[in-house]
Design a protein around this ligand. Structure first.
Ligand code: OFO
Length: 177
């Protein structure tokens, strides 16, 4: 008998779907950016896509440890076309908010059900989402400051590239600890 309730299993399976959709969504954005010549933004979204896959796999592993067979849901096609990079980051922020809400729902239900194991497992996701949302907010703020004038795309791409390099370096330093 699995140690997880039907409700929690269903929410974790949905979370697998959200994380894998996010991974595909970022992959689609990476190649939209590639087509626009925004190489810094492409690298940002490629890294982000890999991270979301890791988020998804962590849930598989957790469910398996708890004696549950995780679902592998089919993923909806992410949008392929965007008007401008400003809209892209706004959509990314909305996407991350949805994921945050879904994570909070798992926390809410596992609290109600005294499922301390899932509560403990979800703590990592809460901090991860807080960090991701902060990064996207930061990018949206920078984009507003840069504005939409002549060379704005060049500067937006450079800023995103700089931020991405800093994230990769920080993750490398964490991994080395
Ligand atoms: Fe940013 O979505 Fe994963 O957790």
């Amino acid at each position: 008998m699995a140690d997880l309730s039907k409700n929690v299993i269903s929410l974790l399976n949905s979370q697998i779907l959200y994380e894998s959709y996010a991974s595909n969504f970022y992959l689609a954005l990476a190649y939209w950016c590639d087509c626009q010549g925004l190489k810094g933004c492409k690298s940002f979204f490629m890294r982000q896509s890999d991270e979301e896959r890791v988020h998804m796999l962590k849930i598989y592993e957790y469910m398996s440890e708890m004696g549950v067979h995780p679902a592998t849901p089919s993923i909806e096609q992410p949008p392929q076309e965007y008007d401008k990079i400003q809209d892209v980051f706004q959509k990314v922020f909305e996407q991350e908010r949805k994921v945050t809400m879904a994570i909070h729902e798992i926390v809410r239900v596992s609290t109600l059900e005294n499922d301390y194991s899932t509560l403990n497992f979800m703590q990592w996701y809460i901090s991860e989402q807080r960090e991701e949302e902060a990064v996207i907010r930061d990018i949206i703020d920078k984009i507003k400051v840069i504005g939409e004038g002549g060379q704005s795309l060049y500067y937006i791409d450079k800023e995103v590239e700089k931020l991405n390099t800093a994230i990769v370096a920080a993750e490398g330093a964490e991994g080395a600890e």
